[in-house]
Design a protein around this ligand. Structure first.
Ligand code: NAP
Ligand code: GDD
Length: 361
């Protein structure tokens, strides 16, 4: 039986990766940082699985990383998914982001070397944010990013990810570590954190549909002001969806697909870096079109208001990946397109809400 350690197991990707590895009959040790309240909601369903366990640890503290490794007999695969992963937050907390997202990776690599863990394989969660404002152009004029596109990071988060990415390359060359980095484009799903744009939109749509239903309202009944939507009686009141820049392009895939690519990278004889993406790109406006159309609202303009405080000091305007290398070498392909992703997120949100609803009546 193989052993794997997941740093960042309580996050969106960590929870999907734990599911995948357990299905593959791994023993999985998840590293969870101390918090005053439980952070386990995405992995609660694994609490009775005998092959899954949690240890406390924090990647900003190399002693803590050392203790995690020393507490385990044998490790085959180490996945570093831990990060301060919110780009806007990284502008407000650049030092913390650097310590977790940049230096944290270096801490793990350095402890691996000092402990002589050369038999273990390492995965680093690199990011398409590292490309920032950079892109390549194909012969037919299409802008894209792949493994050869240069990095021009546009946020403290992206700078930290670049540092970690280069640390992986260095440790691979200098110490012959089997260390790989997946340059993953945005990936989403029902387990996505609430303050990322796709989840913020789909959560709002779900809550709005439930509010209409609870108040016996149809779209024709509604009136609007700058911040609120009202029903027939003015006491029926719902806040508008507040968003920032709607014109950025993102290449959005499904997180459940992407963790399989992480695992495939560590099954290769040689470590390497791979772009993981869908190859399609859409604006936030187009995501809004898809999400509102899914619940039969064909114009979202009355429901959304722009909030200047949600614009970032610097933006990544255009992301569209090319994952030919992953397709050819790993045999990996995305299975979800944008419509499938939107329906998955909204259906899952509605199921949760309506089940809770039923429980309370
Ligand atoms: P996420 O939901 O924000 O999860 C981040 C995880 O890191 C959480 O488990 C968090 O623990 C943990 N963590 C934070 N600080 C830590 C520390 N000091 N020590 C140990 N653990 C710590 O992120 P995600 O969406 O799953 O993404 C996984 C990784 O892929 C991240 O590195 C992210 O930057 C990268 N990435 C994500 C995407 C994407 O679109 N999702 C794309 C490219 C790259 P708590 O639960 O305690 O907060
Ligand atoms: N979060 C958020 N909230 N983003 C908004 C909002 C809002 O209210 N309004 C507009 N946006 C825009 C952002 O300005 C950005 O252009 C886009 O929506 C996507 O924002 P996020 O969903 O926060 O994701 P991200 O692209 O910044 O970062 C995610 O993907 C990276 C990979 O490219 C994160 O998962 C990163 O951790 C990851 O590395």
């Amino acid at each position: 039986m193989k052993n794997a350690i997941i740093f960042g197991v309580t996050g969106q990707d960590g929870s999907h990766l734990a599911d995948l590895l357990l299905e593959k009959n791994y023993k999985v040790i998840g590293v969870q940082r101390r918090s005053s309240n439980p952070s386990s909601q995405r992995i609660n369903h694994l609490s009775n699985n005998g092959n899954f366990s949690l240890v406390e640890g924090d990647i900003t503290d190399s002693h803590s990383v050392l203790n995690v490794f020393r507490g385990i007999d044998h490790v085959d695969e180490i996945y570093n998914l831990a990060a301060q992963s919110h780009v806007a937050t990284s502008f407000k907390q650049p030092g913390l982001t650097w310590d977790i997202t940049g230096k944290g990776c270096m801490n793990i690599l350095q402890v691996m070397v000092e402990e002589g863990m050369f038999g273990a394989r390492f995965y680093q969660a690199s990011s398409s944010e590292m490309f920032g404002s950079s892109y390549s152009v194909s012969r037919d004029g299409v802008k894209y990013q792949d493994e050869d596109t240069k990095f021009l990071p546009q946020s403290p988060y992206a700078i930290s990810k670049c540092a970690a990415h280069y640390a992986v390359r260095l440790f691979r060359q200098a110490y012959d570590l089997h260390a790989s980095a997946g340059i993953l484009f945005n990936h989403e799903g029902p387990r996505r954190g609430d303050n990322f744009v796709t989840k913020k939109i789909t959560n709002w749509v779900v809550d709005f549909v439930v509010w209409l239903r609870d108040n016996l309202l149809a779209i024709e009944d509604l009136i609007y002001d700058t911040d609120y939507i009202y029903g027939k009686t003015l006491t029926q009141k719902f806040p508008k969806l507040k968003l920032g820049n709607l014109d950025a392009y993102r290449d959005w895939g499904y997180a459940g697909d992407y963790v399989n690519a992480m695992w495939l990278m560590l099954q290769q004889e040689q470590p390497d870096d791979y772009v993981i993406c869908t190859g399609k790109t859409y604006t936030i406006r187009e995501f809004l079109d898809g999400a509102f159309n899914y619940v039969n609202i064909n114009n979202w303009s009355n429901f959304v208001s722009l909030d200047q405080s949600l614009y970032r000091p610097a933006e990544v305007e255009y992301l569209r990946g090319n994952c030919d290398k992953a397709k050819n070498k790993l045999g990996w392909e995305p299975k979800y397109n944008l419509d499938m992703l939107i329906s998955l997120m909204i259906d899952s949100g509605l199921n949760d809400k309506l089940q809770n609803y039923a429980r309370h009546i």
